[in-house]
Ligand binder design. Sequence first.
Ligand code: FMN
Length: 159
Amino acid sequence: MATAVADQIGAVASSGRSDRPAAPLLVYFSSVSGNTAHFIEKLGMRAIRIPLRPTESMPVIDEPYVLVTPTYGGGQGRGEEKGAVPKQVIRFLNGEDNRRLIRGVISAGNTNFGEAYCLAGDIVSRKCRVPHLYRLELFGTPEDVERISEGLERWWKQY
Ligand SMILES: Cc1cc2nc3c(=O)[nH]c(=O)nc-3n(C[C@H](O)[C@H](O)[C@H](O)COP(=O)(O)O)c2cc1C
C-alpha cells in the first residue's frame, strides 16, 4: 500500500498556466527486474524512461515532471546516502535542466529493507527540495495505482 509521505496538496503555489496537461509528466528509472516500469505501465500516464545503461543518451526534459525511482543499496552503501539512489538517476539529475524541472518524487522499494525502505525518495527530496509524494512497494498494488494517479492529478491541478 502506498503511503502519502506528506500532504502536499495545495502546498505549492499555482503556476497560473491554462494550457498544461491534466497530469504531470513522469520520468522514471527501472532496473532489469522492471518493477517500476510495470508500475508506470499500470498508471498509464505520460512517462519517459531513464536508460538502464550509461552508454545510452540521457533524456533532457523541457517541462515540469515528477521523478519515480526505485531504491537500491540495501541501506549498506557508503556515505550518508548509502548508494540508495540509482546511479543513472543521479546522472539524470546532474543535468541542469532536468534538476531545475523536477517538481516531486515518488519512490519504490521493499519493506524488507527496514529503515532503508524507499530511502532514494527521501534523498532526492532533500537534495532537490521537492516533496516526496508517495512510497510504494515493488510494482504497487491496484490500490496504489488508483491512489497515486488520483493524488497526482489532484496535486497537479492545485500546483
Ligand atoms: C540489490 C538490491 C538492493 C535493494 N535495496 C533496497 C533498499 O535499500 N531499500 C528499499 O526500499 N528497497 C530496496 N530494494 C528493492 C527495490 O527497490 C525494489 O525491488 C524495486 O521494486 C526495484 O525496482 P525496479 O525493478 O524497477 O528496478 C533493493 C533491491 C535489490 C535487488
